[in-house]
Ligand binder design. Structure first.
Ligand code: PAF
Length: 273
């Protein structure tokens, strides 16, 4: 595995390879969810590139960037074991200069749900993803469905800017008890971990209701809120793939999303229908 720390090293590494490039951008602290993305990229491409970069522009003032989990040694090992060809591991000043042109997320879709509690977060995500895609020039880029709004906005950016990359959306990986894998799960105490199961339980309830023919989104979100008590729920939202609120579930075009605090840890989860 080639470890490229600069854009010059990355270009040299990519120039030494031929064939399709599958790219998995990450912020490190790799877990089984990331491994699933990398393994899928490995199966579907000649060359696999992973980036590890804790992107400062997607953290808001007051969010502690220095507290984001960093596990360099373990991450390198995981990439090596998963057959990654090139690991891009840049410094902040490789990725950003001063007073730069940035990408701005759309006024509505970028500022609802996750964007409402973290205004400006998606500007940072889109800017860094644009930079990484320009550097790696991947054939396919892999994202988890768990960050559904991020995935939807990146898909829109790729369309709006006529970018030549195929976006592959990969199902959320869960523990055997249903908890969606997340780098934040390490912050949960044993008791909180049990409470956190309410998120996946409420999504299961939503799926069950739809299977029984209940498609009114109000009825579904009320039933979910019942299960989520007494967690501090930030939102339960039922939207179409363009993140517009809908009165009724449309199979094939619906995402049910939750954000809730379990203790001081903010968790998100969703199900695509
Ligand atoms: O989902 C993430 O880990 C990040 O938002 C991403 C896409 C790597 C951009 O920093």
């Amino acid at each position: 595995m080639i470890i490229a720390r600069t854009t010059v090293e990355l270009r040299a590494a990519l120039d030494s390879k031929t064939g399709s490039i599958g790219f998995v951008p990450t912020m490190g602290a790799l877990h089984v969810g990331h491994r699933t993305l990398i393994e899928k990229a490995r199966r579907e491409n000649d060359v696999v590139v992973v980036s590890i970069f804790v992107n400062p522009t997607q953290f808001l003032a007051g969010e502690d960037l220095s507290k984001y989990p960093r596990k360099e040694e373990a991450d390198f090992k995981i990439c090596e074991l998963c057959g990654v060809d090139v690991l891009f591991y840049p410094e902040i000043n490789t990725m950003y200069g001063k007073d730069e042109v940035g990408i701005k997320c759309p006024d509505i879709r970028g500022y609802i749900l996750e964007g409402a509690s973290r205004p400006g977060h998606f500007d940072g995500v889109l800017t860094v993803v644009m930079k990484l895609l320009n550097l790696v020039r991947a054939s396919r880029v892999y994202f988890g469905k768990k960050d559904a709004q991020q995935l939807s906005l990146i898909t829109q950016m790729v369309e709006n800017y006529f970018m030549n990359v195929e976006i592959i959306a990969v199902d959320t990986v869960r523990e055997s008890d249903g908890l969606a894998l997340s780098s934040r799960n390490v912050y949960l105490s044993q008791e909180e971990r049990i409470d956190a199961l309410k998120l996946s339980a409420s999504l299961k309830k939503a799926t069950h209701l739809v299977m029984q023919g209940v498609i009114e989104t109000k009825a579904i979100s009320n039933a979910m809120m019942g299960i989520l008590q007494p967690l501090k729920v930030e939102y339960v939202a039922i939207v179409n793939r363009r993140f517009e609120a809908i009165p009724e579930v449309i199979i094939g075009d619906t995402i049910v999303l939750i954000a809730a605090r379990v203790g001081s840890t903010r968790l998100i989860d969703n199900v695509w229908m």
